[in-house]
Write a protein that binds this ligand. Structure first.
Ligand code: PEP
Ligand code: MG
Length: 835
């Protein structure tokens, strides 16, 4: 028997039987048999019933290959009829027996006779009369008496379950959960262990780990027969599963049963190599195991359980690495409000995307972008978000909406961006015109006030509580160490600031693969200096501004080198779309004129002169380096001086300098000559030996095509898949959002190529570039550093094409480490099976 033929439940029951657990008599129908039933061949019920004695009482449960693919609900009490009901009344009491009968009538009426289920509601305290009414209603509605023969009942139930699996809605539902087109359903017919006889009787579910944390701990529930329903509602008189100060427990009252359950749990754990949840009944003190399924677990628990199973020698470390879905890590990787911080709660909504962030309130996407340009963290507050808000969401530290649920636009995008997000905080009153937010307690928050969004709990807090930085600990760290032991591709982080770099180190990135230096200049005072530099049209003016920028950059780089403690740091020279640094409205221009101490007309004229029709294809990247070389020279000097400083404090630093937006080899030659000259000057001034590596960012199609030439002047090439996607498709990365959903919906593109690396087109340029670069310089280091870098498909592609590392946002580093390890293990496994 296998899960591929009879389904997971049947397979598991077979294992439990082999483990000598007291599983009631069971017959499993294969996918093939169920398919034949769905196609109209009646099941051989005589053969099935042969296994169950003269008056069987049965359950029928679905057994799909993967329990997550759904399936029809279980149907219990098949076989009950007037005669059996009468017998059961004597054995277990009239109320219990009638309740069983009514439940079956309801299930049969709805699933087989397709009658409304509310015609057959089962009251809490059913009487003989209730039963008579149900049977009469059935007869009137179905125009036949309720079937009394178990053969007929079972045959009909099997038929209805088989057909339900083949129905369109069931197909669509399981397809959405990743089931293949031809996924089969098995059915399991089992003797019902009632757990309602005389003596110690009841039913329950027991698990041996805490499903939230993964700690080993007995949890679950137990319902003793004497408790019945009332006891659940009124816990007084309840029997708890484990020792409990509120009342008696199974653990204390029936210690031998409890010990038996613990022993079964241990047996299941070691032999099934999984943390199982066991469904059991207790009938006159006798235990029966009805089913055992994998414990449903939260992300944190997934990691801990896998690690502990490996530490206990039950599974291998590689198995543990394969068992944790990389996406599960993302939930655990975000900043959180510190546990002991004071929480001044304003409102509570739906926790839509984990992590917490504080910022000043803004009410529009434009204001969020303006705030980011000032280097100020903001929280974007909207009634609900729409695609027009995406750029604002990118710019915000967190998003809060008053409407929406877990699948609303804000929630989906927030999760995608790793942005803390609370949606549906409907107690908050938002007045966009007045730019005001009113809390249920009457407090009013205005634009610019600082609030905190806790996307893990759904809380909205006033002010800025202390935060706990995300970092790996315990099981997490162990799992990722095991992943690193099998991983065969490097993982670095894209980090621009010391905070990013620190996060990257916390997540054990093996260096910085991309530091976008222009991002170091979006802040207040620095932005002004940067603007002055852009405005300087005379050489001496520019030199004066660069003099001021030099120490800032030197300190920035020294910080990065010291945080990265000897790991490589790849610094990309300025790649500023200049317009991003200039004000566009009158007030901003006036403010700039003030700072520059120049007439408004002159500033306006200069901004107009700098205006480009298509700035993303204009004076960017190396084009600035070629036409205004002093800027790159200043940056190179800052890098070298910072490296010398760091070396003096004992760190080993080999800086990597990367040239952006290259499209021709000559650009590289020109920049390289100048940087080499700066290195010579710094060496002559300081006497220090300088070691550095110069590389090129391959992000224009021409650079990919000419990678062979470019490689001759480069120690490394890093593929910038954002610009490369933009230019390969001729698709603006900033504007494509307007029509992307229509394009994806109409299947023009399978996915948004800015989110999912286009392996066919962009991928061809990448593989061509990698091949040509290696043919020309076999030892050249190759990598990907666009936003795609951390995704599984980009890592898979990079491994296939022999790239040395991927670089991704710091929060994706652990996910990338795990994905890379899983890909290496999967490859190892497929090679083994081919051999
Ligand atoms: C890229 O183009 O892929 C890249 C990483 O650079 P940026 O996003 O800064 O243009
Ligand atoms: Mg780029």
């Amino acid at each position: 028997m296998s899960a591929e033929v009879h389904g997971g439940r049947a397979k598991c029951l077979q294992r439990l039987i082999r483990l000598e657990m007291p599983v009631p008599q069971t017959v499993a129908l294969s996918f093939h048999a169920v398919r034949r039933i769905a196609a109209g061949t009646p099941p051989d019920v005589t053969e099935i019933l042969r296994h169950f004695g003269p008056t069987p009482l049965l359950s029928v449960r679905p057994s799909s290959q993967d329990p997550d693919w759904g399936g029809p609900g279980a149907i219990l009490n098949v076989g009950i009829c007037d005669t059996l009901h009468a017998t059961l009344c004597d054995e277990i009491g009239e109320r219990a027996a009638t309740s069983l009968y009514l439940r079956f009538i309801q299930a049969y009426a709805t699933h087989v006779a397709r009658l409304d289920d509310d015609l057959f509601e089962v009251p809490e305290d059913p009487t003989h009369e209730t039963l008579a009414v149900a049977l009469r209603t059935y007869e009137e509605e179905a125009e036949e008496p309720f079937p009394q023969e178990v053969e007929r009942q079972l045959g009909d139930i099997l038929g209805s379950m088989a057909r339900a699996w083949e129905g369109t809605s069931a197909r669509l539902l399981r397809k959405a959960k990743g089931a293949p087109e031809g996924a089969g359903l098995g059915l399991v017919v089992q003797q019902l262990a009632l757990g309602v006889g005389q003596g110690a009787c009841g039913s329950g579910v027991i698990q041996f780990v805490n499903p939230a944390t993964g700690e080993r701990q007995v949890t679950g529930r137990y319902l003793s027969q004497s408790q019945g329903r009332e006891a659940l509602e009124d816990p007084a008189g309840a029997v708890y599963l484990t020792r409990d100060p509120r009342g008696p427990s199974l653990q204390d009252e029936y210690p031998q049963v409890f010990a038996e359950l613990l022993e079964m749990g241990e047996r299941a754990r070691t032999r099934l190599r999984e943390e199982m949840q066991i469904e059991f009944t207790l009938d006159g003190g006798r235990l029966s195991v009805l089913d055992a399924v994998r414990v449903h677990r939260a992300s944190r628990a997934k990691v801990r359980i896998a690690v502990e199973l490996a530490q206990d020698g039950i599974i291998s470390r590689e198995d543990a690495v394969m068992r944790v879905d990389p996406a599960a890590l993302s939930e655990l990787l975000h900043r959180q409000v510190a546990l002991d911080a004071e929480r001044d709660r304003i409102a509570n909504g739906i926790a839509a995307s984990p992590g917490a962030a504080s910022g000043r309130i803004v009410f529009t996407a434009n204001d969020a972008q303006a705030s980011a340009a000032r280097g100020e963290d903001c929280v974007l507050v909207r009634r609900e978000t729409s695609p027009e808000d995406i750029r604002g969401m990118h710019a915000a530290a967190a998003v809060l909406t008053v409407r929406g649920g877990v699948t609303s636009h804000a929630a989906v995008i927030g999760r995608g961006l790793g942005l803390p997000c609370v949606v549906g905080a409907s107690d908050l009153l938002i007045d966009r015109k007045a730019k005001r937010l009113t809390a249920p307690d009457g407090r009013v928050f205005r634009e610019g006030d600082v609030i905190t969004v806790d996307g893990t709990t759904g809380d909205v807090l006033a002010g800025q509580p202390a935060m706990l930085e995300a970092s790996l600990d315990g099981a997490f760290r162990t799992l990722l160490q095991w992943a690193d032991a099998v991983r065969d591709i490097g993982v670095r982080a894209n980090a621009d600031t010391p905070a990013d770099a620190q996060t990257a180190r916390n997540f054990e990135a093996e260096g910085i693969g991309l530091c976008r230096t222009e991002h170091m200049f979006f802040e207040g005072e620095r932005l002004s200096v940067m603007r002055e530099m852009i405005f300087a049209d005379k050489g001496e003016d520019r030199a004066a501004v660069l003099e001021r920028l030099l120490p800032m950059q030197r300190a920035d780089f020294a910080d990065l080198f010291s945080i990265m403690g000897g790991y490589p740091v790849c610094i990309r020279l300025f790649d500023p779309p200049l317009h991003e640094f200039l004000p566009s409205d009158k007030a901003g221009i006036r403010e700039l004129a003030n700072v520059l101490d120049r007439p408004l007309s002159e500033v306006t004229a200069r901004i107009e002169a700098l205006e480009e029709y298509n700035p993303m294809l204009g004076m960017r990247g190396v084009r600035l380096g070629v036409t205004v070389p002093e800027i790159y020279e200043m940056q190179a000097r800052a890098i070298f001086e910072a490296a010398i400083l760091s070396k003096m404090s004992g760190a080993r630093v080999v800086p990597e300098i990367m040239i952006p937006l290259v499209s021709a080899m000559r650009e590289v030659e020109l920049v390289k000559n100048r940087i080499d000259a700066v290195a010579v000057n710094v060496h002559n001034e300081t006497g220090a030996d300088l070691e550095y590596r110069l590389g090129v960012m391959v992000e224009t199609p021409r650079a990919a095509l000419r990678a062979g030439d470019i490689a001759q002047h480069s120690a490394f090439l890093s593929f910038g898949t954002n610009d490369l996607t933009q230019m390969t498709y001729g698709l603006s990365r900033d504007d494509a959002g307007r029509f992307m959903s229509a394009y994806v919906q109409q299947k023009v593109y399978a996915e948004d190529p800015f989110h999912t690396l286009d392996l066919d087109g962009v991928g061809e340029l990448l593989s061509m570039g990698a091949e040509r670069a290696r043919a020309s310089e076999p030892g050249i280091v190759l990598s990907i550093c666009g936003e795609h870098g951390g995704s599984r498909s980009a890592i898979e592609f990079s491994r296939q094409h022999g790239l040395d590392y991927v670089s991704c946002s710091p929060f994706r580093v652990p996910i990338a480490r795990l994905s890379a390890a899983q890909l290496a293990l999967a490859e190892r496994e497929s090679n083994r099976s081919l051999a």
